[in-house]
Design a protein around this ligand. Sequence first.
Ligand code: ADP
Ligand code: MG
Length: 245
Amino acid sequence: MLKENVEKLMPETSADAVPAPSPRELVRLDRLCYSYGSHQVLKNISASFLAGKIYAIVGRSGAGKTTLLSVMSGLTDPTSGSLYVNGEDIRKEDKYIYRSHTVGVIFQSYNLLNKLTALENVVLSMEISLRNQGTHYDRAALQEEARRLLDRVGLTPDEMDRRVLKLSGGQQQRVAIARALACQPDILLADEPTGSLDQETQAEIMTLLKDLAREGKCVIIVTHSPEVAGMADEQITLTQAKKTA
Ligand SMILES: Nc1ncnc2c1ncn2[C@@H]1O[C@H](COP(=O)(O)OP(=O)(O)O)[C@@H](O)[C@H]1O
Ligand SMILES: [Mg+2]
């Protein structure tokens, strides 16, 4: 609702007591189904995801967590049911724009280019996105922005200039998060983001993801770890072809 409409509705005497704006729904799944041929993996999943919150999608191996993330990242359309993003049915959206502006994806295996530095990985991702859009860019400005993002996720200047191969798993995951943030997405999707990290690093990465949610992003992670799921604001449990929560 527009601010002026809210003000019009407010009684004059309570001008100080303007209520907090209601959280913004970024993603809605409406009876979403997905099948690989005749194998139905996701059945009638309905859920709502708000800006500013972190969600954990949990379930056993094979429950369809990665499949759901693929649908939510726009890689593939639901077989039936709908996925709404910012109120728009994803089927009608330009998937390229959706994937390069609205969602940032963090892969379990990081998918970084090991021979490049952390900084080069983030800059390259920015360049590809801008080049594909035909947008002119200034490389120095991109490097500055990439350094800002890498600083945001906790890398030191020395680590930024180190080849990915020479970074720890936790540092590589931070680079992958910075790269996902490069397109300034509203929604961050992560498949098992702490899957190959030790407990302490896992907690640090979860703290970072939670902070990004507090800054207004909608963070959705897939995990099979009850401990990681417990750190999220909400959990959505997938059982095979059935949603239980
Ligand atoms: N590309 C594919 N083609 C056919 N079946 C697939 C494909 N990807 C996954 N599956 C099947 O879909 C089910 C769910 O897989 P997945 O989404 O990877 O589950 P999870 O991430 O929860 O372990 C599994 O039975 C898996 O074998
Ligand atoms: Mg998976």
